[in-house]
Design a protein around this ligand. Structure first.
Ligand code: AMP
Ligand code: GLY
Length: 425
């Protein structure tokens, strides 16, 4: 079995790790990958968003299956192009990936499917935006319509924040074409949770729940990041709530897309705010979450590839997915300065020592190997994941490995899973 995984983050290392764990004889490639994927698979020096070069690689190397990790190649139509060239690929086609690629499209689909979400107005100018802000009142949330590498959402708690956001979006044009449309959205309060599901065009099979930690600092303070850690399951998501999300969010969206002639196949990720009046959708992603995947896949007791193949073939069923009951925690280690500017190329020490700890797995994200040495190569550098009999055990095991790993400027949150731990006490 020859498998290509597209991407270079912690999510892709976790996908490669799971595929190799399920089938050590599988020949796995990762484009472009990182130092972690290079250790267990073969890296391919093609960027994840170079659709033409990836299709050319496939024609030459003939993978049996391709798994596309990040949203950018999905929104560029990599799956469409691979399938058109005769290669089986996992992930939504371009028209389906718009559920993440355009927030106004996602809102329109949610409205048609009567999915609970924040009230919002789509605006095209600063004047229209001001009008909408005065309608909703402050706090309010402004969002660039298109993909903005996780930076296009501005939660404005004060009028000053609104002014900064308006400047970024309209005067400074910081987001380019991604902000030709802007969503002004009602501010929602509550705890957040991520529900990811496998979808085969029709059937929806939710994965184990997870919670991300978007803020940089302990106690959810500081700027938003790509995600500083995750754990699974999220005890705030009860079975009843999961059933509500499945019946009121996931199935209606898939059905509405299907009604529009769009067959959604892949992972559908609903970012939810659990409000006093029930779960409401903050956003959809058209892919596995990062770092949620690093906490979810170590708990997947069934092999990954058959589930991915069933999504593509339209033969998905719940018995393809079973879970290890033990919780998992992923602590993300980042470069000093992240999410602002940071240095790259800093040597990492202690990985061998961390690898000797039985319960922990170190997923690489922004790493590269230079002259036999692992160095930092991005903002999020590692996702250190551990399973435990209890959540507390899992947290302790993850941090036991984290403290072994050292690089200049390394930073991580010390309170991953605090909400779930507080709930239990
Ligand atoms: P998103 O990229 O849409 O998930 O937004 C990033 C973060 O902004 C979310 O994880 C929330 O913490 C916050 N956010 C987005 N939309 C809202 C909203 N309507 N109300 C409150 N917070 C929001
Ligand atoms: N963890 C958030 C995301 O994957 O977008």
């Amino acid at each position: 079995m020859k498998i290509l995984v597209v991407g270079n983050g912690g999510r892709e290392h976790a996908i490669v790790w799971k595929l190799k764990k399920d089938d050590p004889s599988a020949q796995v490639f990762c484009a472009p990958g990182n130092a972690g994927t290079a250790a267990i698979a073969e890296n391919v020096a093609v960027p994840a968003d170079d659709v033409a070069a990836l299709v050319a690689w496939a024609r030459e190397n003939r993978p049996d299956f391709t798994v596309v990790g990040p949203e950018v190649p999905l929104c560029l139509g990599l799956v469409d192009e691979l399938e058109a060239a005769g290669f089986a690929a996992f992930g939504p086609v371009r028209s389906a990936a718009r559920i993440e690629g355009s927030k106004s499209f996602a809102k329109e689909v949610m409205a048609a499917a009567q999915v609970p979400t924040a009230r919002a107005r789509v605006v095209r100018s600063e004047a229209e935006a001001r009008d909408a802000v005065s309608e909703f009142g402050v706090p309010v949330v402004l969002k660039a319509d298109g993909l903005a590498a996780g930076k296009g959402v501005m939660v404005c708690l004060s009028q000053d924040d609104v002014e900064t956001a308006l400047r970024d979006l309209f005067s400074d044009n910081r987001f380019g074409a991604a902000a030709s449309e802007v969503l002004v959205e009602e501010f929602l309060e509550g705890e957040e949770a991520s529900i990811l599901a496998f979808v085969d065009g029709e059937t929806v099979v939710p994965l184990a729940s997870a919670q991300d930690h978007k803020r940089l600092l302990d106690a959810d303070e500081g700027p938003n990041t790509g995600g500083m850690g995750a754990y699974s399951p999220a005890p705030v998501v009860t079975d009843d709530m999961l059933a509500v999300v499945e019946s009121q969010v996931l199935r209606p969206v898939v059905a509405e897309l299907s009604r529009r002639g769009i067959s959604y196949k892949g992972v559908l990720y609903a970012g939810l705010m659990l409000t006093a009046t029930g779960p409401k959708v903050l956003e959809f992603n058209c892919r596995f979450g990062d770092p949620e995947t690093q906490a979810i896949l170590p708990r997947l007791a069934t092999p990954l590839l058959p589930a991915l193949q069933a999504c593509r073939a339209g033969t998905l069923s719940p018995d393809l997915v079973a879970w290890d009951p033990r919780p998992a925690v992923c602590v993300v280690m980042v470069s000093g300065g992240y999410p602002g500017s940071y240095r790259k190329g800093i040597a990492v020490e202690g990985l061998d020592e961390a690898a000797t700890l039985p319960d922990a797995t170190v997923f690489h994200a922004g790493t590269a190997k230079r002259g036999g040495v692992v160095t930092t190569d991005g903002g999020r550098v590692f996702g250190v994941t551990a399973l435990g009999e209890t959540l507390k055990d899992a947290v302790a095991a993850a941090y036991r490995a984290v403290v072994k790993i050292k690089f200049d400027g390394a930073f991580y949150r010390s309170d991953i899973a605090w909400r779930a731990l507080a709930r239990k006490d």
